[in-house]
Design a protein around this ligand. Structure first.
Ligand SMILES: [Zn+2]
Length: 156
């Protein structure tokens, strides 16, 4: 992974039901299963900085997703370095997919999307979703982000 900008999906695994107070957003009821969160990294440090932050367990809770991340394991990251910002398009695609269920109003306070967070009880696989990008899509783990010399992204 590089410091270039890009768009990503965090695949989070929640092992048990929980109720999480997400800042001023409110109470998020988590179910056992998987959550997909769509975001983008077009700021300083690009993808490496932003997704690296999502991978770290110890951090201040700033974004909505940080509160969920504190309860869930980040199992995979789906990533594109497409120079076009894809997050809202991807959120729309996921919102139309029957296999995932949107959590209305989460992560989308600055856009018109229904949600940027989706739930599914089965482990999602990147190839199952038609997320468009130019330059391809990669599936990575936090181990890949910890080892900056890693050349072959891997999903385990
Ligand atoms: Zn959006």
């Amino acid at each position: 992974m590089t410091s270039d900008p890009g768009t990503y999906v965090l695949v989070l695994h929640c092992r048990a039901a929980a109720s999480v107070q997400v800042g001023r957003w409110g109470d998020l009821r988590l179910h056992r299963g998987y959550y997909l969160y769509v975001g983008s990294a077009f700021g300083p440090g690009g993808v490496r900085a932003r997704v690296g932050r999502h991978c770290r367990n110890e951090k201040s809770l700033h974004w909505h997703i940080d509160y969920l991340r504190a309860y869930a394991k980040l199992v995979n990251v789906w990533l594109t370095y497409d120079v076009r910002r894809r997050e809202h398009q991807w959120a729309t695609v996921l919102g139309q997919d029957d296999r995932v269920q949107p959590i209305p109003g989460f992560g989308c306070t600055d856009c018109d999307c229904e949600s940027h967070l989706f739930y599914t009880n089965h482990r999602p696989v990147l190839a199952q979703f038609s997320l468009s990008s130019e330059g391809g899509l990669e599936c990575l783990t936090c181990t890949d982000f910890a080892d900056v010399s890693a050349r072959s992204p891997s999903c385990r």
